[in-house]
Design a protein around this ligand. Structure first.
Ligand code: SAM
Length: 273
């Protein structure tokens, strides 16, 4: 924004108000401290409760949780649960034990909730994220749910092809959710998708999310900070065709897709060829 323009003042004021609101609102505090696109923010959105002590904070939390984007994120979680159950069953019907891998799991709540809904539990679930805070929170969730025998959370870089390629055991149900739309560079996505391909068994399924538009994109970019050291959260929206092409180039064939009623978030499935 041009310095001292009306728009510049407007967005500065909006940012200031969010910071001020974070004194009372848990939602805004988590956003300001860890980024509005962080694993901690997503976990708050999945918990979906006004957790502030202060009444004003509770009102802000309520408004925040009911923003269209966060409603869509909770629908995306349901879609991941449905698709994970559908393709886990398909693998189990083929007499295969299910080996789950999530390369940027945040706190992992959504994936552990999805696992809890499976009729037959997976033989393993490896959750990864590059943030120590998320790994610690995820390990605690695994322990609270008594899933230590099958689930493990480790630190890892979702864009490091060789690191992903070395993952053992090879997965047959892999998930990448809410990650790629935070990054503009398609080459980074190609590295990540190739690594995912190498981390999977042939015939395995990859569940991946897409974000094709967002009605509050300007507000998000100008007012909200990201998990990357407080930089602006500038979403890199991709058309479904672009996202699917990247996945197919990495050696997958698309087999399924869900989308929320707002048309924001897609969850797709592709099979490793
Ligand atoms: C918007 S959150 C999505 C979390 C979760 N997958 C979900 O769908 O709820 C983005 C996550 O990506 C993680 N992340 C960002 N860059 C990463 C990288 N290079 N390697 C692994 N995780 C990364 C962040 O720490 C954060 O937990």
């Amino acid at each position: 924004m041009p310095k001292h323009s009306v728009k510049d003042w407007f967005w500065k004021l909006t940012k200031g108000n969010l910071k001020l609101g974070s004194r009372w609102s848990e939602a805004l505090k988590i956003g300001e401290d860890t980024g509005y696109d962080s694993g901690s923010t997503l976990d708050f959105v999945y918990r979906n409760q006004t957790e502030s002590q202060h009444l004003l904070g509770k009102v802000i939390d309520h408004q925040y949780l009911n923003a269209i984007g966060w409603k869509g994120i909770r629908v995306r979680k349901q879609h991941i649960e449905q698709l994970l159950a559908k393709y886990a069953k398909r693998l189990q019907d083929d007499q295969q034990s299910v080996k789950i891998l999530d390369i940027a799991a945040g706190h992992g709540r959504y994936i552990l909730d999805a696992i809890a809904q499976l009729k037959t539990p997976p033989s393993s679930a490896l959750l990864r994220d590059y943030s120590d805070l998320n790994v610690a929170a995820g390990e605690l969730l695994i322990e609270q749910r008594g899933l230590e025998k099958i689930a493990k959370f480790e630190l890892g870089d979702a864009f490091n092809r060789d690191e992903l390629a070395a993952i053992e055991p090879k997965a047959n149900l892999a998930v990448v959710s809410g990650l790629y739309e935070l990054f503009a560079d398609n080459d980074a996505l190609r590295q990540s998708l190739q690594g995912l391909n190498l981390a999977m068994e042939q015939g395995g399924y990859l569940i991946y999310t897409g974000q094709i538009w967002h009605p509050q994109q300007e507000f998000i970019a100008r007012a909200l900070t990201s998990h990357r050291e407080g930089q602006a959260w500038v979403m890199r929206l991709r058309s479904q065709a672009e996202m699917d092409a990247l996945v197919e180039q990495a050696g997958f064939s698309k087999v399924d897709q869900c989308i929320d009623e707002f048309g924001i978030f897609t969850v797709s499935v592709a099979k490793k060829l």
